[in-house]
Write a protein that binds this ligand. Sequence first.
Ligand code: GAP
Length: 434
Amino acid sequence: MPAEDLMERVTNLCKRRGFVFPSAEIHGGFRSTYDYGPLGVLMLRNVKEAWWRSMVQLREEVVGLDAAILSSPRIWEASGHLANFTDPLVDCRSCHERWRADQIGDTCPNCGSTDLTEARAFNLLFKTYAGPVEDEGAVAYLRPETAQGMFVNFANVLQTTRKRPPFGIAQMGKSFRNEITPGNFVFRTREFEQMELEYFVPPDQSQQWYEYWCAERMTWFTDLGMAKDRLRLRPHDADELSHYSTGTSDIEFAFPWGWGELEGIANRTDFDLLAHAAASGERLDYFDPATGERYVPHVIEPAVGATRAMMAFLIAAYDTDEVDGEARTVLRLHPRLAPYSVAVLPLSRKDTLSPVAHRVLSLLQPLFMCDYDDTQSIGRRYRRQDEVGTPYCVTVDFDSLDDDAVTIRDRDTTEQARVPIIDLIAELGSRLSH
Ligand code: GAP
């Protein structure tokens, strides 16, 4: 399928089926902001849950954090964001559009004019005021990354958890950047969600942990069903590196418009801990009782956008095929990511089937995210579930009244199997855990 078609189909599906809506649509929209609808909110939660599970739940050396979004200017002064978190901005003198100089070459993409201003540094931080007085003393910033929350809480976490390097602090949540050119649907937005790990290691182990995390994060995507040939690991050239990093690799995804960054894995060295220690006067280091040595750990940071990752999973999962001579659209999402795990579908709307179908629904709801649909023909309902990636449909038919069994239909193979209701939880549980 041509790349533009794929992108258009995915964005249409997102709108039509309630994954992602343009924000403030009834008021004309608002500057590339988006709202996550009934299915989008489920999928985004699943992406975050899959990340948390792999980064926190399954690791003994990583703990979580949820730091404030509204933050002190001192954090951003110390981190270097107030001085350095800028993009080069140019204006077109002809049509007055603004562009990121590094993205457009010498010509205005809007009107073709070559009469552009000199590039000037534009800071991406969102500035606001905390409290009723709008003066310099009340300035606050919306965080542009979750990472600094981990650095400023380094000593708190060390003291309360008694972790020792190598150990990590993980956080996911909203970040805000006043991007000059948001675009490509939710790929680049001004408000987005990040999932970041700051992994503190002895300085002489930083390269080995950097390599470990590059490999580990690639595996996370492929374990969740992303094809290996849609991903690549690209080390940054020296001139691309952020002000804090000695080494960064991007995990890139083959988006319909070309390779694009999905996740960055950076060796941030001791830059952040030293910077916050110097600015605050607090000691941000680790005393190793075994060796009697005191040192400032180095930091390896895998950082990924939850919203960008969700979009990549949707694009990777989008497929079309034919079932019984009829074209269908199917999202081949990993069961862990699909908005609904199971859809309960009574074959007919007749009153006789509804009590059994609702009994099945109540049985499954505590364990699985379920949809219930008794509208339209069963064929159409299967198509609707395929289109949003539901791995299994459970159909209650008139035989169910006699045999107390239901039919499980598999999204990918469309194969059906009869299962006694009493075995349903075990059967679905085993299929969904694969
Ligand atoms: N703490 C390091 C950091 O924030 P980054 O490369 O600027 O690094 C990490 O951001 C990830 O966050 C990116 O790889 C991308 O997935 C996501 N991201 C960054 N800016 C974004 C934006 N404007 N919209 C959506 N996602 C974004």
